[in-house]
Ligand binder design. Structure first.
Ligand code: ADP
Ligand code: ASP
Ligand code: MG
Length: 422
């Protein structure tokens, strides 16, 4: 399984008997009425003669609530127990969605990640999918049933329940679409598609008709919550073309696919904002080969992903290293610094504080210059100070004060002409 690419999707001209994977996120199944609405949409698709696999998330807020309860009992809960707990959210919605379909006279059956044969590595709370057997999903579809699959979960080789990282139902949908060689994979959510920026923060953001995997990946890993970055990575690897669209209307959404030549004409496709980063400064490090390797190896061993890095040499030839990590990892990162450099004289944690990151993304950056200059100018004009910068071939990110985050996203969006034109 997971070898052959998803069959090419012809969005407008599906055969009468197509296999369609539809994923509904937390808001879309947020309460009983919303679940009824999802069931009606699934019935429409099924009545049109299609085989349908529905992947659902937990009701919105449920996963956060479960995490809060766990942390109220133990600030560092056991990760195996955490997965046992978190998988509950999706197990509720699969059963409710199946019941809602039964009430409409649609034959439907729910399946957990384990029942669908979603095998992962044993990295609890952030497991990676290794293989998908599909269990009896194809047989159930062939018997005329709609299959409702729990998103976000799988099982490790020893049978333990695992979860796939926050937002992981996106990954479940893409992966099952690849495994079943679905004709269509739709990620149905509470916005009409992928926009040039989060439409809740930047009111004149525009919906994109299509976006390249690479751009979607950079946006997702820079804080655009609309898709889980691992899901996009998986889609790119297994060539699953998918559509992000609304659960609440029938407007065409955004197609996420391989880069097309014309995409390079647009310099910047989108702006992402991540308000949950932390900046750590380690000062007085010995300025000699191996210091950075020691620090970043230790962070990597603790599975902490570091984003922006700046090194400068202070007085007395001591090095200062500044880097950013996700805010959730700050305490673990501090611990790593303290254990890597136990001797105060050979490196001390100077400060760790909250920071926001604004990124501009576009495959057109490969062939156009002046993107950094325009970004810096837009921020300067708004009186926003830049603390850190990082770049990749198709992305530039800046670290700024959290209080400036939303203004920064808006002014940068406007500077690159991404807003509505009229
Ligand atoms: P779901 O529960 O359906 O998985 P999420 O809340 O995870 O939905 O993701 C959808 C949200 O992503 C939207 O409500 C929107 O606020 C946010 N978002 C952030 N960046 C973007 C963007 N560039 N385009 C569309 N939505 C975005
Ligand atoms: N329920 C999980 C979460 O909140 C997975 C998902 O919604 O995609 O992260
Ligand atoms: Mg999501």
């Amino acid at each position: 399984m997971l070898r052959k690419p998803c069959k090419q999707l012809e969005f407008q001209h599906l055969n009468p008997m197509s296999l369609i994977v539809q994923k509904y996120g937390g808001t879309s199944v947020g309460d009983v009425d919303r679940i009824k609405q999802v069931a009606r949409r699934v019935k429409e698709t099924h009545d049109a003669g299609n085989q349908v696999v529905v992947v659902v998330s937990a009701r919105s807020g449920v996963t956060n609530d479960l995490i809060a309860r766990a942390k109220a009992l133990n600030p560092t809960p056991d990760e195996r127990e955490m997965d046992m707990l978190l998988a509950v959210g999706e197990q509720e919605t699969i059963a409710l969605t199946a019941m809602a379909l039964h009430a409409l006279g649609v034959p439907a059956v729910s399946r957990t990640g384990t029942q669908a044969g979603i095998l992962t590595d044993p990295a609890h709370t952030r497991a990676r999918i290794k293989h998908i057997s599909g269990g009896d999903i194809q047989a159930q579809l062939d018997a005329g049933k709609v299959v409702i699959l729990a998103g976000f979960q799988g099982h490790a080789p020893d049978g333990q329940i695992t979860t796939l990282g926050r937002g992981g139902s996106d990954l479940s949908a893409i992966a099952i679409a690849a495994a079943l060689q679905a004709d269509l994979c739709q990620i149905c959510t509470d916005v009409d598609g992928v926009y040039t920026a989060d439409p809740r923060l930047v009111p004149d953001a525009q919906k994109l008709d299509e976006i390249a995997y690479e751009e979607m990946l950079e946006l997702a890993s820079s804080g655009s919550k609309v898709m889980q970055s691992r899901a996009v990575e998986f889609a790119q690897k297994f060539k699953v073309i998918f559509e992000v669209r609304s659960s609440f209307n029938h407007h065409p959404g955004t197609i996420v696919k391989e880069e097309a030549a014309s995409m390079e004409d647009v310099v910047v496709s989108g702006v992402a904002l991540d308000k949950n980063q932390a900046k750590i400064v380690v000062s007085d490090l010995p300025d000699r080969p191996g210091t950075a390797a020691k620090l970043f190896n230790a962070l990597a061993a603790a599975d902490i992903s570091v984003d922006m890095i700046v090194q400068n040499i202070g007085r007395d030839s001591k090095a200062n290293m500044t880097f950013t990590v996700p805010q959730d990892d700050i305490y673990r990162a501090e611990k790593v610094v303290a254990t890597s450099f136990p001797d105060e004289a050979s490196g001390k944690l100077f400060e760790a504080n909250h920071i926001a990151k604004v990124s501009v993304v576009g495959v057109g950056m490969r062939s156009h210059s002046g993107v950094a200059a325009k970004l810096f100018e837009a921020l300067a004009d708004a009186g926003i100070n830049i603390q850190l910068v990082s770049t990749s071939e198709i992305k530039i990110s800046v670290g700024i004060e959290p209080k400036d985050a939303e203004t920064a996203a808006r002014v940068v969006h406007a500077a690159f002409g991404l807003g509505a034109t009229d």
